[in-house]
Design a protein around this ligand. Structure first.
Ligand SMILES: [Fe+2]
Ligand SMILES: [Fe+2]
Length: 300
């Protein structure tokens, strides 16, 4: 094991019992979500086990946009699923579960949990939309999950040493440097690597572990442990989604530096600049459309 790997293991070990524990339904939820053949009733049974997901589903189903003129309130899981559709239900369940992780961490006063949460939601939505646009054969759910968890290492860093993390963010914000760049140049703990170790220690999907690890690496040949071309494409998708969300100024992941869009990644994904601009426009509309639901997921 390399020195770096040992260090990260030590950090993950020291976090055990300190980080919020993995929400009970999360592992099962990730499995059901990534299984296209899983029956709707399997998902419903799972969702009924978790009161907070159940409550959130009803709340979203009863928003103005979703009630579509109906007078009576939606009060059952079955009705909520019917109104919202399977795709939305899966996302609401995932958002509710992962938000509990965010809430389990105390943030420094100059960094807002809500802003990081919004950044993560934005990247999730952008990743799923991009996977759909690129016809990536039903990978939109996986892209959403990976997008939602891509910066989970920042939560871990915050929990590990809040003071050090607060200094780091202050420096990134005032000097307009990218957090990842600062981590790499200054040999600080890298949130992408830490997030990936954390995903592994929780035993959650290896896809999340891999995408989290490489979401800042543009060069495919440096992503040394990926053999599957589909996984490489998924990393590209989350990479591009992350940069795009920074361009749109949605949420805040701890810095305000905006990287240019990678021409290499656009080329690899066979996305012409014009198509990319259309995607960005579509994404802005989608973010606006979803604002109602997002407000219900307020991190406060
Ligand atoms: Fe990141
Ligand atoms: Fe990010």
């Amino acid at each position: 094991m390399t020195k770096q790997a040992t260090d990260y293991h030590l950090i993950v070990d020291s976090l055990k019992g300190n980080l919020p524990s993995l929400p009970v339904v999360m592992n099962e939820l990730l499995t059901v979500i990534s299984d296209h053949d899983a029956a709707l009733y399997a998902l419903q049974d799972l969702l009924k086990m978790d009161q907070s997901i159940y409550a959130q589903l009803l709340k979203v189903a009863n928003t103005h946009g979703n009630r579509q003129g109906r007078e009576s309130r939606i009060t059952s899981m079955e009705e909520a699923v019917q109104t919202l559709g399977l795709e939305k239900v899966k996302r609401i369940a995932l958002n509710t579960t992962i938000l509990t992780l965010f809430k389990g961490v105390k943030f420094p006063s100059d960094f807002s949990l809500e802003a990081l949460w919004l950044h993560s939601l934005g990247v999730a939505l952008a990743s799923a939309l991009l996977a759909e646009e690129l016809n990536m054969g039903g990978r939109a759910d996986q892209a959403y999950t990976c997008g939602l968890l891509h910066d989970i290492g920042k939560l871990a860093k915050c929990k590990f040493d809040q003071m050090v993390y607060a200094d780091e963010i202050r420096e990134c914000m005032s000097q307009r440097i990218d957090c990842h760049e600062r981590e790499s140049l200054g040999k600080h703990v890298r949130h992408d690597l830490l997030g990936s170790y954390l995903a592994r220690s929780w035993g959650i999907s290896s896809m999340v572990e891999t995408v989290t690890k490489w979401h800042h690496e543009e060069d495919r040949s440096k992503r040394y442990d990926i053999e599957d071309a589909k996984v490489q494409a998924l990393v590209d998708v989350v990479y591009l989604a992350n940069v795009t969300i920074h361009h749109l100024g949605f949420g805040n992941s701890g810095h305000k530096a905006v990287k240019p869009v990678s021409k290499l990644i656009l080329r690899r994904l066979h996305l012409k600049e014009e198509q990319y601009s259309q995607f960005k426009e579509k994404l802005s509309e989608k973010l606006e459309e979803e604002a109602d639901s997002y407000a219900l997921f307020s991190a406060k």
